[in-house]
Write a protein that binds this ligand. Structure first.
Ligand code: PLP
Length: 320
């Protein structure tokens, strides 16, 4: 378990590395959905996603123990974040990535002097490979979500939301392995238990939704959603109890709803976000119109230019 205090310490530890990202809103979009919608813009974060928050919290901590080589297994954003912070600290990094990694993500890892190691397509394959590299080389493994320092680092986005906005009713957060939502929910609930925290998952990768319903961690095997940051097949061992404790509800979104969210934000707010980052907005777009103040945590913006055309859809806000 992590506590508010751990997240406050993380905020200090990483303050010189991460950006305080802006909050944007759109009157047009808010009117259409009948709720005041605010976007917490982690697509404008260093490295293009919130992942730098957790990665820098853990890698800075490890560097205090004179670690010289860190290793991550990641579909991209966590790998970029680990490579970035390692480069800043002058530590070597190796990143195990899937064979079908987005080209822009791979290029960014290389730009931060990360050593790329291609392996399989599932997180299970990558984690096995990472563990064997660690054994051979003595590198320190930096997990993507299931670690108290990672969760606490991600939670700093929640502290910023509290600083930036008053009287929030709900915060929508995408769920992959659950590091982001467990940190953010801890920050929000331990500061103001009245704020509702809603998790959002693609229907094609609903491991946390199923686990939440059943009250135990369920493995759904490999998944194919366009939201490539959310393809975890089972919730984290450390993250899931926090999801059970603090998350009020989990909603599922279809692939076309993720595309609608992408198209709405591109057209109305001129923001380019990645499918995983559009998922939280897709969750809000499904919500009843009740005049609530609702935040969507937009988790990232790293999308390959070749993928962007496939994300536009005609049925812009068809429910409007
Ligand atoms: C990693 C990631 C997520 C999911 O975060 P978890 O901590 O694994 O739940 C969501 N969006 C983006 C853009 C990501 O990179």
């Amino acid at each position: 378990m992590i506590a508010l205090k751990d997240i406050e310490e993380a905020r200090e530890r990483i303050a010189h590395v991460v950006k305080r990202t802006p909050v944007l809103n759109s009157n047009t979009l808010s009117k259409k959905i009948g709720n005041d919608l605010f976007l917490k813009c982690e697509h404008l974060q260093k490295t293009g996603s919130f992942k730098i928050r957790g990665a820098s919290n853990l890698v800075i901590k490890e560097s205090e123990h004179h670690v010289k080589h860190v290793l991550a297994a990641s579909s991209g954003n966590h790998g970029q974040a680990v490579a970035y912070i390692a480069n800043v600290l002058g530590i070597r990094s190796t990143i195990v990535v899937p064979k079908d990694i987005a080209r822009c993500k791979e290029a960014a890892i290389e730009a931060y002097n990360g050593i790329i190691d291609h392996c399989g397509t599932t997180s299970g394959e990558r984690i096995d490979r990472a563990q064997s590299i660690c054994k051979e080389s003595g590198a320190t493994f930096i997990p993507p979500y299931d670690h108290p320092y990672i969760m606490a680092g991600q939670g700093t986005a929640g502290l910023e939301i509290l600083d930036q906005l008053d009287n929030i009713d709900e915060v929508y957060v995408p769920i992959g392995g659950g590091g982001l939502i467990s940190g953010v929910a801890t920050a929000l609930k331990e500061s103001n238990p009245r704020i509702r925290v809603i998790g959002v998952e693609p229907a094609l990768a609903d491991d946390t939704y199923q686990s939440f319903q059943e009250g135990k961690r369920i493995n759904i095997g490999s998944t194919t959603t366009i939201a490539d940051g959310l393809r975890a097949s089972i919730p984290g061992e450390l993250t899931f109890p926090i999801v059970q404790r603090y998350v009020d509800d989990i909603v599922l979104v279809e692939e076309n709803e993720i595309k609608e969210a992408f198209t709405s934000v591109f057209t109305l707010m001129k923001q380019v976000i990645e499918p995983s980052g559009a998922v939280s907005i897709a969750g809000v777009l499904k919500r009843k119109a009740e005049g609530k103040r609702v935040v969507a945590l937009v988790s990232g913006g790293n999308v390959d230019t070749t993928v962007v055309p496939s994300l536009f859809t005609d049925c812009l806000l068809s429910r409007g």
